[in-house]
Ligand binder design. Structure first.
Ligand SMILES: Cc1cc2nc3c(=O)[nH]c(=O)nc-3n(C[C@H](O)[C@H](O)[C@H](O)COP(=O)(O)O)c2cc1C
Length: 491
């Protein structure tokens, strides 16, 4: 029986990944849409202050914990370096900020999933939108706004009592709720515990053909955000720390300080902001407590929202935070560079070239991947797991002549194929704009934008184009619209 079940799942997964035209059934999950009454948070220490948490918030008692993880955690990324951190008390929202809450303050709802379900988390907001929301809500409620915004520079007044984003450390401490395992549900997380791409539970990559080994078997993929608080909270009463939407945090992305830290607030400047927890469209490995996703502060995604924090005690001083100005601008001299295994991305690249007449460059390998589908699945996940950099056999002669690189690739295991990493590491992209186009089997960009921005942090990230498999009959018109959005002129 088990074997039949496993075979059926393998077939379903193979269809999604292979692009044989199989589409995932949209599950009609019935959530009540009502937010459960606040759970009593289990604060880690006894001395709870007299002031009750603001409504919908939980008091988190500070403490010392290990942030990141050791090299033994499967699918750990290099930037998750384990280090010891001490933080003070803070209040954190039990729930992700909902669309209703966002609309009540801003009068707008930018979310991609704004149908008539109550309490969906707001998404499609940039980090700057999140900062503006915090301040606007503080003002509405008679609190002192925390942030001063001057163009792309934001300063955080630690003495202000208004709403703010958690620091990356506060987020991870609150998410873990005392655990040191990959998830706050311990060694695995199921689609009954979090809203994510449930077909791809933790370790599915390495057990794709041997699913009997998995602690958590593939579950439902809902293909949408769902009402916040639909699952059990973590041990400290916080809902949806894993999945539903990723959550912006305060910090610029950078390497962790490995020495012991107290209340760290991240680098003082940068090009990428961190977001945490993963969303409805992510594989379980990217929901891990230590996983760090990144995007520029002006970018938004249907997979990304926010959760709020307030001070327990009045802090001191200002945290300055300036954006490193990148001088790339879409347009200029354009190169279309792509990697393709099955031909879909190549077809898209060629259609782009038809429309703009730019140089076309194929990223090829000294040792190409197997042409056998099952074998390439294994090779690709292994390369990704090891963060391999396959040697390229083709090279751009003079990258300095290009201002904009339209970068094409298939979504592989929810990220870029590793040849794209080799390509991005080979050249200096500072002062250039990278505009991604991604062919996928349902996962859209997955975490590929995070991967690209981490590998080329000095390039401007243009507006990406996600194409389902070969793109179908709308490909031409979709490409035309996308090129216009990115100010790339057609011939
Ligand atoms: C190794 C491998 C891994 C894949 N992983 C994903 C994935 O995680 N998400 C997804 O949506 N599609 C995935 N796919 C499907 C491809 O993204 C899709 O078929 C794409 O159109 C292939 O482009 P290409 O023909 O240019 O190689 C995967 C395909 C392969 C071969």
């Amino acid at each position: 029986m088990n074997r039949i079940f496993t075979s059926i799942l393998t077939v379903i997964l193979t269809i999604v990944l292979a692009g044989c035209g199989g589409s995932v059934n949209r599950e009609t999950d019935k959530f009540s849409g009502s937010i459960p009454s606040p759970a009593q948070a289990a604060a880690p220490e006894e001395n709870i202050p007299d002031t009750a948490p603001p409504e919908g918030f939980v008091l988190i008692h500070g403490g010392t914990f290990q942030m990141g993880n050791l090299e033994t955690e499967a699918w750990r990324v290099e930037d998750e370096t384990a280090h010891t951190v001490t933080i003070g008390d803070f209040y954190i929202g039990q729930y992700e900020v909902t669309q209703e809450e966002y609309q009540a303050v801003t009068g707008e709802n930018p979310s991609a999933f704004s149908f008539s379900v109550a309490n969906l988390p707001v998404e499609n907001i940039s980090w700057m939108d999140a900062i503006r929301y915090c301040n606007a809500r503080s003002l509405l409620e008679g609190l002192i706004p925390v942030y001063t915004v001057d163009g792309q520079t934001v300063s955080w007044d630690r003495s202000a009592n208004g709403y703010r984003l958690p620091t990356e450390t506060e987020w991870e401490y609150a998410c873990r709720a005392g655990t040191d395992t990959p998830f706050n549900t311990e060694t695995s997380i199921s689609a009954d515990e979090a809203n994510y791409w449930g077909h791809y539970p933790y370790l599915i990559e390495d057990n794709y053909f041997t699913q009997g080994n998995l602690e958590t078997k593939p579950g439902v993929y809902r293909e949408t955000t769902i009402a916040v608080g639909s699952f059990q909270p973590n041990a400290w009463g916080l809902y949806d720390m894993h999945g539903n939407v990723g959550e912006w945090v305060w910090d610029w992305y950078g390497s962790y300080e490995t020495s012991e830290q107290t209340d760290p607030t991240g680098p003082v400047s940068g090009t990428l902001r961190v977001n945490r927890g993963g969303g409805w469209n992510d594989f379980a490995k990217n929901l891990r407590s230590a996983y760090r996703a990144t995007l520029p502060q002006d970018s938004s995604s249907f997979n990304l929202g926010m959760r709020l924090v307030r001070n327990v005690e009045t802090g001191r001083g200002n945290v300055e935070s300036s954006a490193i100005q990148l001088d790339g601008q879409s347009g200029g001299n354009v190169l279309i560079a792509y990697f393709s295994w099955g031909g879909n991305t190549r077809g898209i690249a060629e259609e782009i070239q038809n429309q703009i007449g730019a140089d076309l460059f194929e990223i090829e390998l000294v040792t190409p991947y197997s042409t056998n589908y099952n074998t390439v699945l294994e090779q690709a996940q292994q390369d990704q797991n090891e963060q391999a950099r396959p040697e390229l056999s083709t090279h751009v002669e003079d990258m300095s002549q290009y201002d904009t690189i339209l970068l094409g690739y298939p979504n592989w295991w929810a990220s870029i194929p590793m040849p794209i990493a080799s390509f991005l590491e080979e050249y200096d992209f500072s002062g250039k704009t990278i505009v991604p186009f991604c062919s996928h089997g349902g996962g859209r960009f997955g975490q590929s934008l995070t991967a690209i921005t981490k590998l080329a942090p000095d390039a401007v990230l243009g507006e990406g184009l996600a194409v389902s498999y070969s793109g179908g009959s709308d490909l031409s018109s979709n490409i035309a619209v996308w090129l216009e959005e990115n100010n790339i002129s057609t011939t």
